[in-house]
Design a protein around this ligand. Structure first.
Ligand code: ADP
Ligand code: MG
Length: 299
């Protein structure tokens, strides 16, 4: 493995899932082996990757509960990256206490031989499983809106992340702050930027040069369950090149082959080359699920 990233902010709706999806697909486009891990109960990156949580037998909570290995739960997507899916009900039932043996690091340890990059889409809180993720990864990327709520959420989170860094994960570094849904023309943006610049200086966190514009194609791609690079009106889709620039700025990975045979960007499928239903889904179809019992919880 080259690097593992947590995509994190304590505030909901800043673009954690959108960034995770774009980073995973963007690295896959560059021919890298990528695992996206969805640890959010909302299952958004699972669903937007074309994987139905109800269709898989095992999800991330099963790995943590030692019901299965990470390899058994990982599902290939059509877009070149693999996903360790979330199944919200099971994650909700998972109790992560300080001294339990459940630890997210086991997923990274198991997957690191097989992947160049691991991207973890985090929930908007900093307790339980999220802390374990931060204790396990190399770098954190903070998607943020240039507004005062995002700035406050970030400052609070940084304090807590320092505790993780001083404790269980001394290698943890700040990848940077990524402005998403960016509107440089708004006065609110102009007022908020100095607040972030202060944070950046005080805590030594870079602000990415790349800013992701507000683009309807982001939501469109998620509705279509395809990577943002894949939506049809590519000429107008300003989010796709911005995310591509972000992937390069973060990882240094350059695009080797940006075009496919018809001369268009072949965003979604580069590097996939996998066919057929994944074992995890085949097993589900064969009726093997049974470890979740809605009333009595997870067994
Ligand atoms: N750059 C963007 N342009 C337009 N809509 C966006 C953009 N980034 C995110 N969104 C939309 O904003 C909402 C929240 O984004 P999401 O990635 O789910 O945030 P989070 O995971 O932090 O809660 C989603 O509906 C998503 O489609
Ligand atoms: Mg999300």
């Amino acid at each position: 493995m080259i690097k593992s990233y947590a995509i994190f902010s304590q505030k909901g709706g800043t673009g954690k899932t959108t960034t995770s999806l774009a980073l995973a697909a963007g690295l896959a486009r560059r021919g890298r082996k990528v695992l996206l891990v969805d640890v959010d109960q909302q299952e958004d990156s699972t669903i937007a990757s074309g994987v139905e949580p109800e269709d898989v037998v095992f999800a991330v909570a099963d790995v943590l509960n030692k019901v299965c290995t990470a390899k058994e739960a990982i599902v290939p997507t059509e877009f070149g990256y693999d996903i360790l899916p979330s199944w919200g009900k099971a994650l909700a039932a998972l109790t992560v206490k300080p001294k339990t043996k459940v630890h997210f690091r086991k997923i990274i340890d198991e997957a690191k031989e097989d992947y160049d990059y691991i991207v973890v889409d985090c929930p908007p809180n900093i307790f339980g499983l999220t802390v374990q993720v931060l204790e396990s990864v190399d770098e954190i990327v903070f998607p943020a809106h240039a507004d005062s709520f995002s700035e406050r959420a970030l400052e609070r989170a940084i304090e807590e992340i320092h505790a993780v860094r001083d404790g269980k994960n001394r290698k943890l570094s700040f990848g940077g702050i990524l402005f998403n849904r960016h509107r440089p023309d708004y006065n609110a943006t102009k007022f908020a930027l100095p607040l972030f610049e202060r944070l950046s200086t005080e805590y030594g966190i870079r602000i990415f040069e790349t800013k992701i514009p507000d683009s309807t194609y982001v939501r469109e791609s998620q509705l279509m369950k395809r990577p943002v690079y894949d939506v049809i009106d590519r000429d107008y889709n300003k989010a796709a090149p911005a995310f591509d620039a972000f992937v390069e700025e973060l990882t240094g990975e350059k695009m080797k082959e940006a075009k496919n045979s018809n001369g268009k960007q072949d965003a979604g499928t580069a590097g996939s080359g996998r066919e057929g239903a994944p074992a995890n889904r085949q097993a589900r179809k064969a009726g093997k699920r049974g470890s979740w019992n809605g009333k009595n919880g997870w067994k």
